[in-house]
Design a protein around this ligand. Structure first.
Ligand code: D54
Ligand code: ZN
Length: 277
C-alpha cells in the first residue's frame, strides 16, 4: 500500500507541480481486477479503489496496518462509482447501483466485491476507511437517499445536489462522514465559497467527468492557494488546513469523505472569495 505521510501548510509554497500532485492527488486507484490502496497519514485515512471486472475481489489486509483483517480496527464507507455491483460482508450480500453507499462496521471479517455485468459495465468501488473504536451496524443507503441538500445557484454556476449518507443524523459511524455531490448541468463549481475544517481532513473522488475534461481543484491555505488538475476517478487529499473546492471544464459528481475530531458537517470555517489569494 502506498504510504503518504502528513504535511504541514508551510511546506506548500516550496512545492512544484510534481510534488503537489505526488502528495495530494491520487491517480491510479482504479485498475481492472485490482485493489488500489493509499494510506494517507492525514487522520490515518486509507483510500481504496476496487475494480472487479472478470472475477470477484476480496478486501485484503495490508502489512502497514498490522491487522489480521482490514476491518479489525477500522471502519469503511464504500460508494460505487461504476456499473451495478455487489458487496458480500460476512455472508450478507448488498447490491450497490451507481452512487449507492455501504457502511462497513469494525469487525467485519470477509468482504468481497463483484460486478453484476463483468467487463461490460464494471463496478468501481471507492472505499474510505478510518480507525474505529467500536462496531456500528453495516448499512446500505441507496443512491439519492440519505439527507439531500440543494445548494448553490445556476447564476453562480454552482447549482448542485448534496447527498449525505454516513453522517450525524444518518448512518452511524465512529469517524467517517461521507456522501456524494452532483453538479447540475451547466454548473461547474463545487464548494464555493470555499472552507476549511481544522477538525477533519477531507478527500474528494471526482467521477462522471468526461475523459477529456478536467477539474481545476483548489487546495492550500485560503490565502496561499495552489491548484491540482484532476481527471475522472482521481482523488484529492485535503489536510485539515486546506481548502477543497473545484471547477470543472464539464459537469461531474464527486464523493466527499471526512474523518477526524468530530462529525459535525456544518463545522466549517468559511472564507469570502475576496479574501482568498
Ligand atoms: O465539508 C464538506 C465538504 O467540503 C463537501 O461536502 C462540500 C460539498 O460537497 C459541496 O459543497 O458541494
Ligand atoms: Zn469540507
Amino acid at each position: 500500500m502506498e504510504q503518504r505521510y502528513a504535511t504541514s501548510p508551510e511546506h506548500v509554497p516550496g512545492m512544484d507541480t510534481a510534488e503537489l500532485r505526488s502528495r495530494y492527488l491520487v491517480q491510479d486507484l482504479f485498475r481492472d481486477d485490482a485493489v488500489g490502496a493509499v494510506y494517507t497519514h492525514q487522520d490515518r485515512v486509507v483510500l481504496l479503489g476496487v475494480s472487479p471486472t472478470s472475477k470477484p475481489l476480496d478486501l485484503p489486509t495490508f502489512p502497514e496496518i498490522r491487522s489480521e483483517y482490514f476491518l479489525e480496527h477500522r471502519e469503511a464507507g464504500v460508494i460505487n462509482v461504476g456499473g451495478t455491483g455487489t458487496i458480500t460482508a460476512d455472508g450478507t450480500t448488498y447490491t450497490l447501483t451507481k452512487g449507492s453507499c455501504l457502511y462497513l462496521g469494525r469487525g467485519v471479517k470477509d468482504v468481497s466485491f463483484a460486478s453484476d455485468e463483468g467487463a461490460e459495465a464494471p463496478a468501481a468501488f471507492y472505499v474510505m476507511s478510518a480507525p474505529a473504536h467500536t462496531a456500528y451496524p453495516t448499512t446500505l443507503v441507496e443512491a439519492g437517499h440519505g439527507n439531500v441538500r440543494e445548494l448553490g445557484d445556476a447564476l453562480t454556476s454552482n447549482r448542485r445536489t448534496l447527498n449525505q449518507y454516513i453522517h450525524e443524523n444518518g448512518v452511524q459511524s465512529c469517524q467517517i462522514v461521507m456522501g456524494v455531490t452532483t453538479l447540475h448541468p451547466g454548473s461547474m463549481w463545487n464548494t464555493m465559497p470555499a472552507h476549511t475544517h481544522d477538525r477533519r481532513m477531507e478527500a474528494y473522488l471526482y467521477f462522471d467527468l468526461p475523459e477529456d475534461a478536467r477539474v481545476i481543484h483548489l487546495m492550500g491555505e485560503p490565502t496561499e492557494t495552489r491548484h491540482l488538475v484532476v481527471g475522472n476517478r482521481e482523488a484529492t487529499i485535503a489536510p485539515s488546513w486546506s481548502v477543497h473546492s473545484g471547477v470543472g471544464t464539464a459537469s461531474y459528481s464527486f464523493v466527499w469523505g471526512m474523518a477526524g475530531e468530530n462529525q459535525s458537517f456544518d463545522d466549517m470555517d468559511g472564507f469570502a472569495v475576496t479574501d482568498m489569494r
